[in-house]
Design a protein around this ligand. Structure first.
Ligand SMILES: *[C@@H]1O[C@H](CO)[C@@H](O)[C@H](O)[C@H]1NC(C)=O
Ligand SMILES: *[C@@H]1O[C@H](CO)[C@@H](O)[C@H](O)[C@H]1NC(C)=O
Length: 372
């Protein structure tokens, strides 16, 4: 039996995106074809659909989202790529040059805390996108003042991950029982916040930005438990809650409309939509094909989905499953390493990035399974 504080299993999806990207480049005979010298990420803990709400401490070793800063070498990677340094979060301060910076904060929201206050939604952090953008600006000015030559070129050659963010904005509302009709009214606000930061980053020199959508939240053990119903019509063929997945689809659709507008305004920038939703869906549709058991969370306490909001993973009385690699969901909110790996692979390899990430980068990569 396995006790929970196994942080390795709740790694962030960003980690896998980055490892996947860098692994591809290292396996490429033409690694120069990958134009990214560093990666900056903004958001929550990627795939963290409610970390703050449900995890005051245990899962909150901030920040989940890791960003890898790869030294500028004209190449994306080399044989060291699988040993990409785990960089310190930005809040540990000024770790530039040494290896990295991370702006993503578990529990982060797109909107300011005042947005939630006005709507009577309790939110415990205030790490909004604009707060994170300010950190980036601070970093830029530090680099600028240290007169590092070529820093603006580095920005141009970096990959910016704008999100996943926004998921928590909706989770907070759904978890206190706000209706889908009401939460849909938040969508334009969240998208506007994401759009603003994307445009601002372009203004600061960013040229390649990946903006992920939301996951199929109707398949998460947390939502399945909280919104459990006897009405079979509310479930799809995989046992996921249709109305919540429809919400995620709606949001992703609206987000892509906005990304099209940004592309028109900034034709010189590469705006990539990362379709986490459709990358994740096959795992739920056909879990056995991927060696997964279904919708139950690995680490939880009872109920049909092995999730109990009052006794969660991280509580001393909660014991995790023996083999997390057989589960899609880790703690009912976050996914397992095994699931994140597959999603990251599907996004980077395609077809779940639009335009295909592989068309922008690593065109000659050998798409072997990345071996971490
Ligand atoms: C966020 O909240 C903390 C604690 O309440 C506070 O100290 C900090 O100043 C706030 N930051 C912003 C940017 O609002
Ligand atoms: C959740 O756990 C609490 C505390 O152990 C328990 O009282 C409650 O019945 C559980 N809820 C469900 C739905 O199992």
């Amino acid at each position: 039996m396995r006790f929970v504080r196994e942080e390795a299993w709740i790694r962030n999806l960003v980690v896998f995106l980055m490892i996947t990207c860098f692994s591809f480049s290292s396996s490429s005979s033409k690694s120069e074809s990958c134009p990214y010298s560093s990666i900056f990420s903004f958001g929550d803990s990627l795939a963290d659909t409610g970390n703050l709400y449900l995890s005051p401490n245990y899962c909150f070793f901030p920040p989940y989202g890791q960003t890898f800063f790869h030294h500028v070498s004209g190449r994306c990677s080399d044989a060291d790529s699988l040993g990409i340094p785990w960089v310190k979060p930005y809040l540990e301060k000024k770790n530039i040059g040494g290896g990295g910076t991370n702006f993503a904060v578990a529990g982060g929201t797109a909107m300011e805390s005042s947005f939630f206050e006005e709507r009577g939604i309790p939110v415990k952090t205030n790490y909004s996108l604009s707060v994170q953008l300010n950190w980036f600006k601070e970093l830029l000015s530090t680099i600028y003042h240290s007169s590092s030559p070529g820093w603006d070129e580095d920005v141009k050659k970096s990959l910016f991950l704008v999100g996943e963010i926004g998921g928590n904005d909706f989770n907070h509302a759904f978890m206190i029982g706000k209706s889908a009709v009401e939460v849909r009214t938040y969508v334009p606000h969240v998208i506007n916040a994401i759009s603003s930061i994307t445009k601002e980053l372009i203004g600061l020199g960013a040229r390649t930005l990946m903006v992920p959508g939301n996951l199929p939240i109707g398949c998460s053990a947390m939502y399945l438990t909280v919104y459990e119903t006897k009405d079979e019509n509310e479930y799809d063929e995989s046992g996921c809650l249709k109305w919540l997945n429809e919400f995620a689809e709606y949001y992703n659709h609206e987000l892509q409309i906005e990304l099209d507008k940004i592309r028109e305004l900034h034709p010189h920038a590469n705006i990539i939509f990362a379709d986490y939703y459709n990358a994740a869906l096959p795992l739920y549709r056909d879990p056995t094909k991927f060696g997964f058991s279904g919708l139950k969370a690995c680490c939880g306490m009872g109920g049909p989905y092995n999730f109990n909001a009052s006794v969660r993973c991280g509580d001393p009385s909660v014991i995790a499953c023996d083999d997390p690699s057989k589960y899609i969901g880790w703690d009912g909110i976050h996914l397992t390493e095994a699931a994140y790996k597959l999603i990251a692979q599907a996004v980077i390899k395609g077809p779940y990035s639009l335009p295909p990430f592989s068309s922008l980068c690593l065109t000659n990569a050998n798409f072997g399974y990345f071996n971490i």
